[in-house]
Design a protein around this ligand. Structure first.
Ligand code: HMG
Length: 389
């Protein structure tokens, strides 16, 4: 696994004061402390490339070992050329690699992951690995209710028949999909539009449908009084921390638990440490929560089963599960994710508003030399996006 976030963030308490809102509403009411905001040299491609390189490095995997690269995103940079092709070029992946992009709101990364798992299990991979990258910049209009639920970042995962973090259980998935208009982004808009409270209800309906579908393929609660206690932890899609709390309350109510909040800290708490510092990163949100669980949980999860719930507006959702592998928690801790977040710089609210305005024109900005190191977006030349590594 590899994770990339922008080097800058906004403090939610500062944003609340600037919007005339009590800071408690954003920090406690929504459960978000900070949200990442990218500067102009960072976009979905550079975040994806940085996360992908980190994943390859942490696994000691050579680019030639990758036989499939899929980028799940809903904030792509081109109507035709996929983000994955830019990433292939920046990372120097082989020409024998199958490269494409998937989209279904926040579910796009899970669609890619499930496809990669089946590719590996079927034998078609013939020893190659799949590189799955979830990369997005979550953006709502300034001053809208969605504004405090923005964020940006990417999570990359290597999928192989020798998993070092988690073994996803074959066939143990429950899917729920339904055509709803809860959240969308018209072709002419850079900002997402959302029917906020309705989207929360759609999420909960989808959770119920996917959870019931999972139980239909795995009826065994493993002797637990409440079904979800068969899991050592639950990882929900996290548009903001409070949504995970609502999700867990709903799931435990479905289990028949008369005190549905009591298990929250035990089963969910560790998965929210990193998301509360980053915000919504759409496709990568649930995988950031998984990294948070593996990187911050105090208890030994080795050999234990974890339940995961992925939701993409529109909608498609999936509840699935995996078993934590020996050494997984030490490997994720070694990524130094909390230190990575500490190194970021806070933006003042006027700086953040300038960044949001500049983003409007970023896709047409003439390419200029960009100082600094690492993958950077320089602008466009002859209608082509220019990146440097
Ligand atoms: P809002 O209407 O401004 O907020 O927007 P609210 O009035 O519902 O208040 C939020 C919470 O703060 C409430 O808690 C208040 O009680 C509490 P709740 O009742 O929900 O438990 N509150 C306070 N708490 C402490 N101190 C205070 C205080 N004041 C109020 N002083 C909304 C909230 C989430 C609707 C908005 O931010 C929004 O539209 N966000 C974007 C949509 C979204 O994230 N939806 C989530 C489900 S859909 C999804 O997850 C898919 C998605 O990731 C996209 C994709 O799939 O690609 C979004």
């Amino acid at each position: 696994m590899g994770i990339a976030v922008p080097a800058t963030y906004v403090e939610l308490a500062d944003l609340a004061l600037a919007r005339g809102v009590a800071p408690g509403k954003y920090v406690d009411g929504l459960g978000v402390t900070r949200m990442c905001v990218p500067l102009e040299q960072e976009d979905t491609v550079t975040l994806a490339a940085r996360a992908a390189r980190a994943a390859l490095e942490s696994a000691g995997c050579a680019p030639s070992e990758v036989g499939m690269l899929v980028v799940g995103t809903e904030t792509a940079v081109d109507h035709s050329k996929p983000v994955s092709s830019y990433v292939q070029g920046l990372l120097g992946l082989s020409t024998g690699c199958r490269v494409f992009e998937t989209k279904h709101a926040c579910y796009g990364g899970t669609a890619a992951l499930q496809m990669a798992l089946d590719w590996v299990r079927s034998g078609s991979a013939r020893g190659k690995k799949a590189l799955i990258v979830c990369s997005d910049i979550a953006r709502y209009g300034v001053g809208t209710p969605g504004e405090p639920t923005q964020g940006a970042g990417a999570v990359a995962m290597l999928v192989s028949d020798q998993p070092r973090l988690i073994t996803f259980e074959a066939g143990k998935t429950g899917v729920y999909s339904k055509d709803v208009m809860d959240f969308w982004r018209p072709l002419y808009s850079k900002d997402a539009l959302v029917d906020g409270h309705y989207s929360v209800q759609c999420y909960l309906d989808a959770l119920e449908g996917a959870y019931r579908a999972y139980q239909a393929v795995e009826a065994d609660a493993g002797g637990a009084r409440f079904y979800s206690d068969r899991f050592a932890a639950l990882v929900y899609h996290v548009p903001y921390g409070k949504m995970s709390r609502k999700a867990h309350r709903h799931l435990r109510t479905l289990d028949g638990d008369p005190a549905p909040d009591d298990s929250f800290d035990r089963l969910v708490g560790s998965s929210l440490v990193l998301p509360s510092q980053v915000g919504n990163i759409y496709t990568g949100s649930m995988y950031l929560a998984l990294a948070s669980l593996l990187g911050t949980a105090q208890e030994d999860l080795t050999g234990r089963c974890v339940g995961l719930f992925s939701y993409g507006s529109g909608s498609c959702a999936e509840f699935f599960s995996g078993v934590v592998q020996p050494g997984a928690q030490a490997r994720v801790k070694a990524l130094g994710l909390e230190a990575l977040l500490e190194r970021r710089r806070a933006l003042s609210i006027p700086e953040y508003e300038d960044v949001m305005r500049a983003r409007e024109r970023l896709d047409e900005r003439p390419a200029a030399d960009a100082p600094g190191t690492g993958f950077r977006y320089q602008g466009t030349r002859d209608h082509k996006r220019i990146y440097v590594s």
